[in-house]
Design a protein around this ligand. Structure first.
Ligand SMILES: Nc1ncnc2c1ncn2[C@@H]1O[C@H](COP(=O)(O)OP(=O)(O)OP(=O)(O)O)[C@@H](O)[C@H]1O
Ligand SMILES: [Mg+2]
Length: 250
């Protein structure tokens, strides 16, 4: 049996604001098995980032919980953090560091030894084709180059689970392709990947299973073929519109 690596169980996040409370995530449940790429597809404001931030232990759920590699995000957030690499939409890189210094810095934060950091740097820069940029300051990097360095940073401690929020955000077609290829390679290494996107093509091309998130609820969940069949849709975009028109959430 394939191991469940990510399990979201009735996740809810309510943000109290001055005027009213925002139910950003309203009972989201799904599982993701080892070696799978699972995509949360939804429009702006659907609750994608909020869901991923709860999985990454950055936000505490208002209700429900999630387990990553068997560790509960509420009970064992430190253990969860060891199991995950998180790519946020804001890169959090330092312009004055070179790529190599960036990895060294985050490697030290993750308590890796100097030799481990050097090995991981060589490995990750080769995988992500960052070697020619290794000693350049991040401030001079293009958006795509920054995104690849952010991915390297998320992978420094060799986590089995990757949580990627809009991994192709702001990238042109070529840079997006490079990141998509990198994600496929990370899957081929046996990692479990959960990502968010609002781009149909990315979900279609990359994800083994797709959850359609709308107004904080999953309206449908399945493989591309399952979604197309269920909604009698020729492509994901049509399935998406049909799914969000349904009242029922999965
Ligand atoms: N800290 C917060 N306080 C109040 N409301 C919030 C907060 N964070 C998110 N929200 C609200 O929760 C909802 C979901 O936001 P979220 O960022 O999860 O959406 P998203 O699917 O990632 O959207 P996008 O595609 O624009 O990134 C939105 O209505 C947003 O305004
Ligand atoms: Mg978002």
């Amino acid at each position: 049996m394939t191991a469940v690596m990510v399990a979201a169980r009735e996740l809810v996040k309510v943000f109290p604001t001055r005027k009213r409370t925002v139910r950003a995530v309203n009972g989201v449940s799904f599982t993701c098995t080892a070696g799978e790429i699972f995509g949360l597809l939804g429009p702006n404001g659907a609750g994608k980032t909020t869901t991923l931030r709860m999985l990454a232990t950055i936000l505490t759920p208002t209700a429900g919980t999630a387990e990553i590699a068997g560790f509960d995000v509420r009970a064992a957030p430190d253990k969860v953090r060891e199991q995950i690499g998180f790519l946020a939409t804001e890169t959090g890189l330092y312009d004055r560091f070179t790529a190599r210094e960036t990895i060294r810095f985050f490697g030290k934060i993750n308590r890796l030894s100097g030799a481990e950091i050097d090995n991981r740097t060589t490995e990750l820069f080769t995988l992500l084709e960052l070697t020619p940029l290794a000693d350049r300051r991040v401030g001079t990097f293009s958006t795509g180059e920054r995104q690849k360095l952010s991915l390297a940073r998320a992978l420094i401690h060799d986590p089995p689970v990757l949580i990627l929020d809009e991994p192709t955000f702001g990238l042109d077609v070529m840079a997006a392709r490079a990141v998509v290829d990198a994600i496929r390679m990370l899957k081929a290494q046996g990692r479990t990947i959960i990502l968010s996107t609002h781009i149909m093509r990315i979900a279609e091309k990359l994800c083994d299973r797709i959850g359609i998130l709308y107004h904080g609820q999953l309206h449908a969940l399945g493989t591309l073929d399952e979604l197309k069949t269920r909604f009698a849709a020729p492509d994901l975009e049509e399935a998406f519109f049909a799914a969000v028109a349904t009242e029922q959430s999965v």
